[in-house]
Design a protein around this ligand. Structure first.
Ligand code: ADP
Length: 627
């Protein structure tokens, strides 16, 4: 039979243009598409042979072979799968977007067979990606079972193809790509190896390539050709969790993360229902050496039936979980899905929600069952997790459950959860109090804590820089409001007696001109022993926040602070008496400044005028010791 020339059915020219120019952003994926087709073809023949084994003719050594031929400038992808007969070739390769795989899946579905093979390509354009790198494609194929002749199909992808009988000794398909001049690098074995590793590492059938192996000493070197398997094949996420060993998880985690330490926890689950997918996620035990804080990118590897679709699919993981590594394998997405198409895919949203829920549950379980492991994770990566408090409103409470804090009542180095804090709240305490600063030891000495201590209220000590931003976002935990200990008026200060206020009013009026940096002066019950402290107004920035912002290069001034004085402190009372008896005494201004200075020191700020401060202290020493 001589070669017949036939027209492509669809308006292929335009479609090919679309495929090669817009469907795929990266042309190297042609290899992934052809290997996937070959793998599908093998699955099909395996499935068919369940009923009649004789169709296999003893050929069960399933494999996909890639053969670069530098002389002929061809790259061949061969399989011993189901092959195609003449009509099928015309039907399947002559029509773009008519996917034989889809027809097959429909047929299998109709049979409702539990053994139905998983098939990758369901879109019907994968094969044509070959024309991104080849100016001519030759397909030689022979169908399984029938002792039919082989068929040769040749096309330049421009609207026509030829078809003829051809010698094809064994079942299966060879796709021969006559590579374009600018695609010759796809003949390079190193390149081919790395592409198979990248996209098709977990294809279940071996992808092989012949390589020369040298043996023997110098003069007697012998070159033998060996068949090298290029893919790992072990897609452990597709196995049953109980069948996967811990070291297999650890090994796979290492491949994904480059982290030397084993993961703190592996999360391996299947979601069935509207969107079906399998996921294998890892929570690192600490910040991996390679972790880049400055590159705020999250992502999971997205596979569609073992084939890598995207190295880092950002749609699958919110940023605040960017320490999580893992893969998601979905059966519901098309293989050649692009980023734009993906963003509109409703499955993705479901997958992401499930991923987030599972990660948060996994962290909760780790916290409850292996607190030390969780603590190591949290100390390193907690700051990132906390970003979720203000970003993931839906899961805010679950993230709040995962927080750990030092507090006034914890021993040095120990921490507690918000739940433990609330549990231990004494009667009469209605809010959760916190104080932010650089370190717990310094915070423990803060005068702001005096009144809370006196009442027996615990105060959380926040020392992670992000706490100042993140913790207020919690707002409420188990119905209890979170409240900064150094902000606003302390509950109960309303109760300062009017006559005390009246007694101090003249002193405060005259101090306002001495202390222009202070927004207001008032009496407080916040302090029990100290004389003075500075507080931010309810809506304003605390001193710690102000220092943080300045450290980040922000021009931050949180507005004037309120100087609070303790009426029960003897020095404060002495100052008042001095003002009452001799209101113009110059010492009043000096002592007021000293009160202000000590309040600034107490909140961790610098004394605004160090030289003036030294002089005032020295004057006091002189006045006292020089008597
Ligand atoms: P898809 O794989 O998305 O269905 P393709 O354009 O890649 O679409 O392929 C069209 C059809 O051609 C496939 O569905 C399959 O039936 C057939 N086909 C492609 N490659 C092979 C192959 N190596 N062996 C057998 N059939 C193949």
């Amino acid at each position: 039979m001589s070669a017949e020339t036939l027209e492509f059915k669809a308006e292929l020219k335009q479609l090919l243009h679309l495929i090669t120019h817009s469907l795929y952003s990266d042309r190297e994926i042609f290899l992934r598409e052809l290997i996937s087709n070959a793998s599908d073809a093998i699955n099909k023949v395996k499935f068919d042979s369940l009923d009649h084994d004789e169709t296999l003719e003893g050929n069960k050594d399933w494999k996909i072979k890639i053969t670069p031929n530098a002389e002929a400038k061809t790259l061949t992808i061969s399989d011993n799968g189901i092959g195609m007969g003449r009509d099928q070739v015309i039907d399947l390769l002559g029509t773009v977007a008519k996917s034989g795989t889809k027809a097959f899946v429909d047929a299998v579905k109709a049979k409702n067979d539990p053994n139905s093979p998983g098939l990758i390509g369901q879109f019907g354009v994968g094969f044509y990606s070959a024309f991104m790198v080849a100016d001519t494609v030759t397909v030689q194929t022979r169908p399984a079972g029938t002792p039919a002749d082989g068929i040769r199909w040749v096309s330049d992808g421009q609207g026509q193809y030829t078809i003829e009988q051809a010698d094809k000794p064994a079942r299966g398909t060879d796709v021969v790509l006559h590579l374009k001049d600018d695609a010759q690098d796809f003949l390079n074995p190193y390149k081919l190896r790395s592409l198979v590793k990248k996209f098709s590492d977990f294809i279940e059938h071996p992808v092989v390539m012949d390589t020369d192996e040298e043996e023997g000493e110098r003069d007697e070197k012998k070159t033998t050709v060996v068949e090298e398997t290029l893919n790992n094949r072990k897609a452990i996420w597709l196995r049953q969790p109980r069948e996967v060993k811990d070291d297999e998880y650890a090994e796979f985690y290492k491949v994904l993360s480059n982290d030397d330490a084993p993961p703190a926890k592996s999360l391996h689950f299947t979601i069935e229902g509207k969107s079906e997918f399998k996921a294998l996620l890892f929570i690192p035990s600490k910040k991996p050496f390679s972790f880049d804080w400055d590159e705020p990118k999250a992502g999971l590897r997205l596979y569609v039936q073992r084939v890598l679709i995207m190295e880092r699919c950002e749609e699958l993981l919110p940023l605040y979980l960017r320490f999580v590594k893992g893969v998601v394998d979905s059966a519901d997405l098309p293989l050649n899905v692009s980023r734009e198409i993906l963003q509109q895919n409703p499955h993705l949203d479901t997958i992401r929600k499930n991923v987030v829920r599972n990660v948060l549950q996994g962290l909760e379980a780790l916290k409850n069952t292996q607190p030390e492991k969780y603590r190591a994770f949290y100390d390193d990566l907690g700051p990132i997790l906390k970003e979720g408090l203000s970003r993931d409103w839906e899961n805010k409470d679950k993230i709040a459950d995962l927080l750990l804090f030092a507090s006034v009542n914890t021993e040095a180095g120990k921490v507690k959860t918000l739940a433990e804090y609330v549990e231990a709240m004494p009667e009469g305490q209605v809010e959760i109090y916190y104080l932010a600063g650089d370190n717990a030891a310094q915070l423990r000495n803060s005068p702001y804590l005096e009144a809370y201590r006196a009442k027996g209220f615990d105060v959380l000590l926040l020392t992670d820089p992000i706490d100042e931003f993140a913790v207020p976002a919690v707002r409420e935990y188990k119905g209890k409001k979170l409240q900064a200990a150094d902000k606003g008026e302390l509950k109960g200060d309303e109760g300062i007696a009017d006559d005390a206020k009246a007694k101090f009013a003249p002193l405060f009026a005259s101090l306002k001109s001495v202390l222009p940096d202070v927004g207001d002066i008032r009496l407080t019950k916040r302090l029990t022993t100290s004389a003075a402290c500075l507080v931010a107004d309810a809506g304003a920035m605390t001193a710690h926040m102000e220092r943080l912002m300045q450290r980040f290069g922000e021009d931050a001034t949180g507005g004037k602070r309120v100087l609070e004085l303790n009426p029960d402190n003897a020095a404060v009372e002495a100052l008042r008496t001095l003002h009452e008896t001799s209101p113009t005494d110059p010492r009043i201004a000096a002592y007021a400044l000293l009160l202000y200075d000590q309040a600034a020191i107490a909140e961790g700020s610098k004394v605004p005028d160090a030289a003036g401060f030294a002089k005032r202290i020295n004057d006091l020493i002189l006045a006292d010791a020089g008597k």
